[in-house]
Write a protein that binds this ligand. Structure first.
Ligand SMILES: [Zn+2]
Length: 321
């Protein structure tokens, strides 16, 4: 029997932009738009922008939607859709975002932490569809995580579960933004990674990276490392392998803790591709307890473009079917 097509609004609330789209229950984005978050103007303004964006996609489409899903940074309380202390949102402490949006549009609203929404997105539309349990890892400015166990998102006691980025991999290591030391994020989060390469690059004068950034560190991004590695640059390849080793050692701990051995990796740094995935799987397999060794799977995320919008809309289908 053919599945009846339904629609939902998905909102990816980020520190610089708000991405909004209408996504069908077979994972297609029908229409999307993007607005500046203007987070520095305060939370009331951010809410104004979100409402404006939703009105714009709904008015243009005249489509009946099942509900609105919002992926937001910070800790989220499900019942009220309360978003607490999202990083990079000045003045935003605790706001019942779900309630506010529901009141405006009179539609069911599901708010979830953005990394958790990414995991739900992969479960409903992406690489996680055929697995009962998996861990989603998003490599970006931060290192986000989402835990799916028996087709359900594991949220923990307060909805803050899945913070893989803050697993300590070196207890004497560099200070992390979270206040702890030696978290995996303090090694492979975009900014930390770029900073450590800046420090080391003078020791590699022959590296292609120097040429690609035209001696200006502003141009140094994970993408540049990827390009240099594809050209066979040894230093760039060694960076990618190191990222894989750091990540793999953290994932081995996760696997031992939860007995979940499938990992789905997305986000910008996942663009390093095969060399990264090979190293992650090698490290994870060699470090998990013996019975798990042959079961470790590391897969690239399937949702790439619009991943945030699709993950957020998947929250609606996850709850309502
Ligand atoms: Zn940390």
């Amino acid at each position: 029997m053919q599945k009846k097509i339904k629609y939902a609004v998905g909102i990816d609330l980020g520190g610089t932009s708000i991405k909004i789209g209408v996504v069908s229950n077979d994972g297609k984005t029908l229409y999307k738009t993007s607005l500046d978050t203007e987070a520095d103007k305060g939370p009331d303004n951010v809410i104004k922008q979100i409402k404006k964006g939703i009105h714009s996609v709904l008015d243009k489409n005249k489509i009946k939607v099942k509900g609105i899903g919002i992926g937001a940074p910070g800790v989220v309380t499900l019942k009220t859709g309360t978003v607490e202390n999202p990083p990079n949102f000045p003045g935003w402490e605790k706001i019942e975002l779900g309630k506010v949006i529901k009141k405006e549009f009179n539609l069911p609203v599901h708010v979830e932490n953005d990394a958790n929404a990414a995991a739900v997105g992969e479960m409903i539309f992406g690489a996680g569809r055929k697995y009962d349990s998996f861990i989603m890892v998003t490599l970006g400015t931060g290192v986000g995580g989402g835990v799916i166990i028996d087709k359900k998102l594991y949220r923990g006691e307060f909805g803050a579960a899945g913070e893989i980025g803050h697993i300590t991999i070196d207890f004497d290591g560099p200070k992390c933004n979270c206040g702890s030391f030696g978290c995996i994020e303090a090694f492979i989060g975009n900014q930390y990674l770029v900073n450590s390469i800046k420090d080391e690059l003078p020791n590699h004068p022959g590296s292609l990276i120097n040429k690609l950034i035209e001696q200006d560190y502003v141009n140094l991004t994970p993408k540049i490392i990827d390009i240099a590695a594809e050209e066979g640059d040894e230093y760039a390849i060694s960076i990618i392998k190191a990222v894989g080793r750091y990540l793999g050692s953290a994932l081995a701990s996760v696997s031992n803790l939860l007995d979940v051995s499938t990992f789905i990796i997305g986000g910008g740094v996942a663009g390093f591709g095969k060399p990264l995935f090979d190293e992650v799987i090698k490290t994870t397999s060699s470090r998990v307890l013996k019975p798990l060794q042959n079961r470790v799977k590391v897969l690239p995320a399937k949702l790439k473009n619009d991943a945030g919008i699709k993950g957020a809309s998947a929250l609606v289908y996850y709850v309502t079917g």
